[in-house]
Design a binder for this molecule. Structure first.
Ligand code: ADP
Ligand code: MG
Length: 494
């Protein structure tokens, strides 16, 4: 069963207009997804909707398609949008607007985006002319409202997209304020992938007798995704080396790499680039133009790896992403489902790998509880675990000299380098780590000025119980990088 599971019914049966149906056919969609099949008729009837469906299930079209038809009659007055879509991030706002353009191509709807990081001028001009659809992030909308640039009294349809993400980002007070500016008589469409209590409260407050549609439980990870964990050491450089090793063992076409913190996004992206990977960071602190540029380059295949936080990576809709890598295991189990849902979309197979460090046990346990099953563990050659073996095989020491193999040659220079210049941070970071483990998810101390090398330190290597097969040559991943990820021109690639 694919994530984009379609019902047996067709788009024709949902009550949409000829124009919209034609645009849908042009877009190449054959059948509505379950959320589309269930929501569209009710939206057209004017009902409120409470939609719970995981990412990648086609929620956007479940509101954009009927909205195009509802808004087809009537005209917008200056500064008084007829519908409002609130979404947590600029990227999602841009994606929704692309959806309106695609499906609304045979209609003449006007649209404006109010998103942070872009100048006010052009946005205001559009609003002045009157818009049918206003797509906004909460902060920027409040800015405009407070400057008197906009009146929300004519809004007939309100969409709250990704409500749980709004909650995570601290936007709930803003959303409540915005909704208080809207007319009470309106149609509200509310979507969320998960329903924590705070989101439920919001839904109760905003919706009137909604049609509730739950498509698949959030806890059910996409079945088109093969996902596994890889145990590795907990130090930043060990994790980066492990990440490269996993990538080297896979055929990565394009992938998202998730970090829990913004600053790690930059560090990991830089490290990947230094090791010859085609990578770029994406996070909320980047200026809008840089974020747009990065996303475009990724979509165009000019960048293979996008390193992002949950917030920045949320909702990124890129077809056929081959992999998702969790450099950090997510703090919230639901995020795991969201993250791996970025691959294996629309019926394509995807693969996801999560690095699990010794201190990550409780986050791993939370994910396994949510999914109701243990995650598959894969052992990848060249990765030092550094973890206390859960199977209880403690004390099984591995001598340094017993890992001979043809591939080892590549590791040696790095080892020698390290031996010559012992790593100061090894000892420095020990007390810091002890503190951190007490209060996870406390931010991990940055390992300053640490050279990015692939090799695990000797201490870790002795603990390695991942590589049991001593006879196999150890492929050195340190500086090895598969050609398909190489930056720069390659004869085989465009
Ligand atoms: P969500 O908002 O639930 O995360 P999206 O609306 O972003 O999901 O849709 C996910 C992907 O599925 C998009 O690439 C979209 O183009 C595609 N999609 C949506 N509806 C259909 C459909 N009926 N048939 C095939 N693909 C679809
Ligand atoms: Mg969405």
């Amino acid at each position: 069963m694919s994530l984009i599971e379609t019902d047996s019914n067709t788009f024709d049966a949902l009550g949409l207009s000829e124009n919209v149906l034609k645009a849908v056919t042009d877009a190449g969609y054959q059948k509505p997804t379950p959320i589309q099949a269930q929501a569209i008729p009710y939206v057209l009837m004017g009902r409120d909707i409470l939609g719970c469906a995981q990412t990648g299930t086609g929620k956007t079209a479940s509101f954009t398609l009927p909205m195009i038809d509802i808004l087809a009659s009537g005209r917008a007055k200056a500064r008084m949008p007829r519908s409002l879509i609130l979404t947590p991030t600029r990227e999602l706002a841009a994606q929704i607007s692309e959806n309106f353009q695609t499906y609304g191509k045979y209609n003449k709807l006007t649209m404006a985006l109010l998103i942070g990081g872009e100048s006010f001028g052009p946005q205001l001009e559009k609003l002045d002319r009157g818009v049918d659809v206003l797509i906004a992030t909460p902060g920027r909308l409040i800015d405009h409202y407070e400057r008197g640039g906009i009146l929300l009294t004519d809004v007939k349809i309100l969409v709250i997209d990704e409500a749980d993400r709004m909650l995570d980002m601290g936007f709930i007070p803003d959303v409540e304020r915005i909704v208080s500016f809207l007319p009470r008589i309106r149609q509200t469409l509310f979507f969320s992938a998960t329903f924590p209590p705070e989101v439920k409260r919001l839904a109760d407050q905003f919706l009137m007798n909604p049609k509730e549609i739950t498509v698949s439980r959030t806890s059910s990870a996409a079945e088109t995704v093969e996902h596994s964990i890889v145990r590795c050491g907990g130090k930043d450089f060990e994790k980066r080396a492990a990440l490269r090793a996993v990538m080297a063992s896979e055929e990565v076409k394009n992938a998202l790499v998730f970090c829990n913190r913004k600053r790690d996004v930059d560090v990991v992206a830089k490290s990947l680039i230094r090791h010859g990977f085609s990578a770029a960071p994406l996070h909320g602190d980047m200026v809008q133009s840089a974020r747009t540029e990065t996303l475009e380059a990724f979509k165009a295949g000019k960048i293979s790896l996008l390193v992002a936080t949950d917030v920045a990576g949320r909702g990124i809709d890129i077809q056929g992403m081959s992999h998702v890598f969790n450099y950090d295991i997510p703090f919230h189990a639901e995020d795991y489902v969201h993250r791996i849902g970025r691959t294996g979309r629309a019926g394509t197979k995807g693969r996801a790998f999560t690095l699990v460090a010794p201190d990550d046990a409780k986050f791993l346990a939370a994910i396994e509880r949510l999914l109701g099953k243990p995650l598959n563990v894969v052992a990848i050659e060249g990765i030092a675990e550094g973890a206390a073996d859960e199977a209880g095989e403690t004390g099984r020491e591995r001598g340094r000299g017993d890992r001979g193999g043809r591939g080892r040659g590549r590791r040696r220079p790095g080892e020698r380098d390290r031996e010559r210049s012992p790593r100061r941070e090894e000892s420095d970071s020990a007390p810091a780590r002890a503190e951190e483990s007490k209060a996870a998810p406390a931010p991990v101390k940055e390992q300053a000025k640490e050279p990015v090398r692939a090799n695990a330190p000797e201490g870790r290597r002795r603990d390695n119980r991942n590589n049991r097969d001593d006879d196999k040559p150890v492929v050195a991943f340190g500086d090895h990088m598969p050609a398909f990820l190489a930056r720069g021109p390659s004869p085989k690639r465009d």
